[in-house]
Design a binder for this molecule. Structure first.
Ligand SMILES: C[S@@+](CC[C@H](N)C(=O)[O-])C[C@H]1O[C@@H](n2cnc3c(N)ncnc32)[C@H](O)[C@@H]1O
Length: 224
């Protein structure tokens, strides 16, 4: 299916370069995609930032307490949090050029280049610091493995909320659910709630490349 059937100003080639991600090249891949990232995501339909911000609001996190946006990219989550009145959001991402765009939004108190997925070297300064964290679109093919859940636990203060999205199919494909459950069994966090929604919801039929209407879940876990 041609993308003209779906979104007007994007061609199939533009959509197809958003694929085949690989952690060994992820910084270069997103540096390259940064200039059209929002163009693509906002047109194909990407409710994840809204869903994450709604979940944060649901937990009555104080507007001036520190929130951690993991894999913040161009800052779409920070923008939604800012619109809801949150004034103290710290963002990290592997891609310098995605971060450059996040800086322009003026939604973050601090933005830093950080490669996630290695809990052993997770920076001291981010440990036990945040009352909530968000992770939109980073639990995905070629993106973060389930080690990032250990980093979430490290980053939160006791009682803090981890709020993240992932495709339903990835829960088993990349063993995310297994790790989420293991952390419950280990008494590190407890499940609070989840909600289902459709990502790439502006696309029709089979869509283009990875962009077809897809079942996604947003989760909240509370650190114990
Ligand atoms: C689909 S984008 C999501 C960005 C943003 N959270 C949003 O919702 O628009 C995925 C982001 O994850 C980042 N990323 C992927 N692997 C990473 C890693 N190991 N460490 C830090 N960031 C990573 C990419 O640079 C990219 O900005």
């Amino acid at each position: 299916m041609k993308s003209e059937d779906n979104v007007t100003s994007l061609n199939d080639e533009e959509l197809k370069i958003h694929g085949q991600f690989d952690q060994d090249k992820i910084k270069e891949q997103y540096d390259h995609l940064s200039s059209n990232y929002e163009d693509v995501y906002l047109q194909v339909g990407y409710p994840d930032p809204d869903k994450c911000a709604e979940f944060v609001e649901n937990f009555e996190v104080s507007k001036d307490e520190e929130i951690f946006d993991m894999g913040c990219g161009t800052g779409l989550v920070g923008l939604k949090l800012k619109e809801k009145g949150y004034t103290n959001v710290v963002g990290v991402d592997a891609s310098e050029k995605m971060l450059d765009q996040a800086k322009e939004k003026d939604s973050y108190t601090d933005l830093e280049e950080l490669f996630l997925g290695t809990p052993d070297t997770f920076p001291e300064k981010y440990r036990e610091r945040f009352v909530a964290l968000t992770a939109a679109g980073i639990l995905a093919e070629g993106h973060l493995g389930n080690e990032v859940f250990d980093e979430m636990v490290l980053a939160l203060k006791q009682g803090g909320y981890a709020i993240f999205t992932t495709r339903e199919e990835y829960l088993t494909k990349y063993n995310y659910q297994e790790k989420m459950d293991a952390l419950v069994e280990e008494g590190k966090w407890e499940f609070v709630k989840q909600e289902e929604f459709l990502r790439y919801n502006n696309m029709k039929g089979d869509g283009v490349g990875r962009f077809k209407p897809t079942k996604v879940l947003v989760f909240a876990y509370k650190k114990l």
